[in-house]
Design a protein around this ligand. Structure first.
Ligand code: ADP
Ligand code: PAZ
Ligand code: K
Length: 238
């Protein structure tokens, strides 16, 4: 059994992989990583694979809690039939590359847009031929609201509901953030469609995927743990 870990800028998600099935185990805040040491020590593990885009201290806390040496994964130029067109793969977040590999494993040979709605929103474009063309980075929902709260005199307040014609500040805040996030996703989707001449599938993952889904076309599909599915592909070497 292999332990798979996805350390984002807000939370550390982990799952177990037996070579056939993924068993998601949950998520903890960075401050609580040490609480995972005891449950991890009780597992019959053969390997630990992880990806982190968080601060170095998070990486060290995971290493301290892990009963085995951690096999840290990075973005690659190519793997499993996917070619990464990022100019410098060393600067790319491992989570973005692994989400692309996870999408490729779950939806082989399809044009896919992958929206990972976490601390940041990342949106990736992957063609049926296996070309990962690149993608977008923008602040996630919470970060957008926090930046307005911190840099204006009047906007430090809870967001309301997203709606078509917001008629109050709270709703205007929620609607602005949702439209920015969903607009970015749909623009990349349109560009990939224009590039390939085919309509891509849209996959949503990350902690805010459910927040965005009602505001996107009905065929947008939520797929939990795409980064961890990418780690499972790497763990299997397939
Ligand atoms: N229980 C939760 N704890 C923290 N964030 C949550 C929770 N449930 C949903 N969220 C949302 O998910 C986002 C974090 O998503 P996640 O995919 O874990 O991010 P990351 O990979 O950047 O750590 C938060 O910004 C928040 O809006
Ligand atoms: C864009 C990210 C901050 C997303 O992080 P997350 O929201 O998953 O915590 C992370 O993938 C990152 O730090 N990337 C490095 C820059 C790049 O991918 O080009
Ligand atoms: K993300």
């Amino acid at each position: 059994m292999k332990l798979l870990i996805d350390a984002g800028n807000t939370r550390v998600k982990w799952a177990l992989w037996d070579g056939h099935q993924l068993q998601p185990q949950g998520a903890v805040a960075h401050a609580d990583i040490a609480t995972l040491a005891a449950p991890w020590a009780a597992l019959p593990l053969s390997a630990v694979l992880a990806a982190s885009v968080a601060h170095e201290a998070v990486r060290q806390a995971i290493e301290a809690a892990s009963p085995l040496p951690v096999q840290w994964q990075r973005a690659q130029a190519a793997a499993f039939g996917v070619r990464n067109h990022y100019r410098n793969v060393a600067e790319q977040g491992a989570d973005r590359w692994l989400a692309v590999l996870g999408a490729r494993q779950r939806y082989p040979a399809q044009d896919v847009v992958i929206a990972s709605a976490g601390t940041a929103l990342t949106v990736e474009a992957l063609t049926a031929e296996g070309d990962y063309l690149g993608g977008l980075i923008l602040p996630g929902y919470r970060l957008m609201l926090a930046s307005l709260a911190q840099n204006t005199a009047n906007l430090d307040r809870a967001a309301g509901h997203a709606c078509a014609f917001p008629q109050g500040t709270e709703d205007a805040l929620a609607s602005g953030a949702i439209d920015a996030l969903c607009g970015a996703i749909q623009r990349l989707q349109q560009r990939l469609a224009a590039h390939t001449g085919r309509a891509p599938r849209l996959l949503l993952t990350g902690g805010d995927a459910a927040l965005l889904q009602p505001h996107l076309p009905p065929d947008a599909r939520m797929v939990d743990n795409l980064v961890i599915y990418g780690l499972a592909s790497v763990a299997d070497g397939s």
